[in-house]
Write a protein that binds this ligand. Structure first.
Ligand SMILES: [Zn+2]
Length: 373
């Protein structure tokens, strides 16, 4: 459960000191190459053997899509991961392609228990509408009982200098879901009537992550984005506990990493972040750490990206050596690289991470299944 009420949106509307440390108005995260700068694609390698079957008992990580976005530059699908615990489904982020990937991975969509959003960059939420409308069952083989979509509250303020071109300027998860349903109201109303579907608005419940009061007081969209903090509980059922912590992904605020504690093992997700001690705490003793990664040498060597953009990547994302340092500091059992930005071979990604981490490193494929532990 999210701890509703305590500090939900507590930081909205509070006065925040403008520290001036946030880049203004840049096309952050867009990864736009200048003309002629289309990089060659990075394939998601074909598996050399069939993926392990997801059995009704046990915990599994499935890296549904492994690409950073929002540009489509490679055959890899957009970023999304699934955690399956004793046949129950939990999904982290809804990047481009997740609906098809979930079907192809034969995930138990009728047993969906919760969706978690790390942050509101479009490459993490682009298929939210399709996820709802194409998994809305019955008669579709989709979710059958109410579930929460748990994600960030609205930032409250745009980065300093950013122009409000669309209103409201900073919708959070609740407004996002509400507006998606409103935008598709005709289709939804028709299908409830014409196909006797259950009411979608009664199945989908948006919840916003409530920061602990001290973390809310210490952070903000114009100040410190991710003060050092202990992970805090955002969801719990009879099989999993999910904890969150702020991570450093300028200029996005709030941006979260997650820790899934299951009866069989622990999986941590860095979210989109620079190398950060909060990820170490999320991944403390975890069986698997799924960490984002950027291959800066690709951008530096391409001659097509601005220095400003490369600096943004360096400040908002983590190079493979950094992912290894985080995994080592956390004592994580297995480092899985996903949300890959830049073009490099699997060996280049992994060998860079292995310079700082002695344990197993996997460069995730789309649809790869990891039994945990
Ligand atoms: Zn992002």
């Amino acid at each position: 459960m999210t701890s509703e009420g305590s500090s939900r949106r507590a930081f909205l509307g509070k006065s925040v000191a403008i520290a001036g440390g946030v880049a203004a108005g840049a096309a952050i995260g867009s990864g736009v190459a200048r003309a002629g700068g289309t990089p060659s694609p990075t394939p998601s390698p074909a598996p050399t053997e069939p993926e392990p079957a997801i059995s009704p008992e046990g915990t599994y990580l499935v890296t549904l899509g492994t690409a950073a976005g929002p540009a489509v530059r490679s055959p890899r699908r957009g970023y999304s991961s699934a955690v399956v615990v004793d046949g129950h489904l939990y999904v982290v982020d809804l990047g481009l392609g997740v609906v098809r990937q979930a079907v192809e991975a034969m995930l138990p969509r009728s047993e969906l228990r919760a969706v978690f959003l790390t942050h509101l960059h479009s490459d993490h939420i682009a298929e939210l509408p399709a996820w709802l409308l194409f998994n809305w069952g019955p008669p579709v083989d989709g979710f059958t009982q109410p579930f929460p979509i748990i994600g960030p509250a609205g930032a409250g303020l745009l980065p300093a200098g950013a122009e409000t071109t669309i209103r409201p300027p900073t919708p959070g998860t609740m407004e996002l879901v509400e507006h998606v349903l409103e935008g598709y109201a005709y289709d939804i109303n028709i299908r409830v009537y014409d196909e006797a579907r259950p009411r979608l608005d009664e199945l989908v419940r948006a919840e916003e992550i409530a920061l602990p009061l001290d973390a809310a007081a210490q952070s903000g969209p114009h100040g410190v984005l991710a003060p050092t903090m202990a992970p805090f509980l955002i969801y719990e059922d009879d099989r999993v506990r999910v904890l969150a912590a702020l991570v450093e992904h300028p200029p996005v605020y709030p941006s979260y990493g997650f820790r899934f504690e299951t009866p069989h093992g622990v999986i941590a997700f860095s979210g989109d972040t620079a190398e950060h001690p909060n990820v170490v705490e999320l991944a403390r003793g975890a069986d698997v750490l799924v960490h984002e990664a950027v291959y800066l040498d690709f951008y530096r060597g391409s001659g097509t990206y601005t220095e400003e953009f490369i600096n943004h990547l360096a400040q908002s994302h983590t190079d493979p050596e950094g992912t290894g340092r985080v995994a080592t500091a956390a004592g994580a059992g297995h480092l899985v690289l996903s949300h890959l930005a830049g073009v490099a071979t699997d060996d280049e990604w992994a060998s860079a991470a292995r310079t700082t981490f002695d344990g197993p490193v996997t460069v995730a494929r789309d649809g790869q299944v990891f039994p945990v532990p």
